[in-house]
Design a protein around this ligand. Structure first.
Ligand code: BMA
Length: 355
């Protein structure tokens, strides 16, 4: 199916020129059936290294950086100097600049604490109604959003301090029930109210360098996907988070491939109807135990619907990583995947995007 997607305005009517350009570039990538490759925390650490300037497991494996760089603001709300995965926020800011300067795209998620009891993002105790207007935690929560606003506004580059465009992806995987903003912890109205309150507050604080990504986990139908959609004027990217588990089981693998391609087919119709950009906002197969996973599982599942980018999750620990490190058993296949003319890493993306 060919997508009828036309570049259109971002949800934020005051979005900066750089945001508009990024949005147009993403629409163009989709029209051209390109898939940009992304990786979470790519420049911060990898398997066996941490904070070495210029390092990246993706680059070590295939000779190029990813085109999309993912980051997470969890614990910024606590005023902590490091995020929930120990990445110092000051270093993150520098690495976001580094990625942007080489033509990369930055996207940020937020695994923030439960605002009702201060426990982790995975504490599903009812929280949203306490942070909405009239709730006991409302003011404190606005202060949390303001910290995000300050961080976003601090992402500047060049002599003139131009703000770096960012794809912000809050309250993700809400069709699951593992986060406090998940499906079983709030009503659709509460979820939408939380989203709108967040975006409105960021805009009120002068933040105009964001595109907003909506990214449920598994969903049953188009209707289910859209059940908590905040609206076309609050969302720019239609995303999906899904992981391949039990990769040594052929039935589980076939199931993952079918579910991913069917989900993207549903989403691509929604993206076309709403004129949004479709992305695979998080995916991966922990430790990649299948040597040809890249060309035999991931690519066949995405090639027909071609999301504008795929973001692989972080290389956090020797038992928790999603892209090959140098010498990994799937490295050769990852190289073959990179050579696919429709998959773009940083060097290829930099060469074609508008400057
Ligand atoms: C999860 C795991 C955790 C991490 C969290 C936020 O999927 O990687 O170790 O803290 O994401 O990045």
């Amino acid at each position: 199916m060919t997508l009828q997607v036309f570049a259109q305005n971002p949800a934020d009517a005051k979005a900066s020129k750089a945001v508009r350009k990024l949005y147009a570039d993403l629409h163009q990538a989709m029209k051209d059936s390109l898939v940009l490759f992304g990786h979470q925390d790519d420049l911060a650490y990898g398997v066996g290294w941490k904070y070495q300037p210029g390092e990246s497991d993706v680059r070590r494996s295939v000779g190029s950086y990813p085109a999309v760089f993912g980051w997470d603001l969890g614990h910024l709300e606590l005023n902590d100097p490091v995020n929930l995965d120990s990445v110092p926020f000051d270093r993150m800011r520098d690495l976001i600049k580094f990625a942007y300067k080489m033509g990369g795209i930055n996207t940020i998620s937020w695994h923030l604490r439960n605002p009702f009891n201060g426990s982790s993002a995975w504490d599903t105790t009812t929280a949203i109604r306490h942070v909405l207007p009239g709730g006991t935690k409302h003011e404190a929560y606005l202060a949390w959003i303001d910290k995000v606003a300050d961080f976003m506004l601090s992402l500047k580059t060049g002599f003139l301090g131009k703000k770096i465009p960012i794809i912000f992806r809050p309250y993700h995987e809400h069709t699951g029930s593992w986060f406090w903003w998940g499906e079983k912890s709030c009503t659709p109205q509460e979820y939408v109210a939380l989203w709108k309150m967040t975006v409105d507050r960021l805009k009120a604080r002068g933040v105009n360098n964001l595109l907003y990504a909506y990214s449920p986990a598994e969903f049953k139908s188009a209707q289910h996907y859209m059940e908590r959609y905040p609206g076309d004027d609050y969302v720019d990217l239609i995303g999906f988070d899904t992981y391949h588990r039990n990769a040594n089981d052929s039935i589980a693998t076939a199931f993952f491939k079918a579910r991913l391609s069917n989900s993207l087919a549903t989403m691509s119709q929604l993206a076309a109807q709403h004129q949004k950009v479709m992305v695979l906002s998080e995916t991966g197969c922990e430790q990649i135990p299948v040597p040809n996973w890249w060309t035999s599982v991931l690519w066949p599942a995405i090639k027909d619907q071609h999301p504008a980018y795929v973001l692989l999750w972080r290389n956090g620990r020797p038992d928790h990583y999603y892209v090959p490190y140098q010498g990994h058993l799937s490295q050769d296949d990852f190289k073959a995947f990179q050579r696919n003319p429709r998959i773009f890493f940083q060097d290829e993306w930099k060469a074609v995007r508008r400057h």
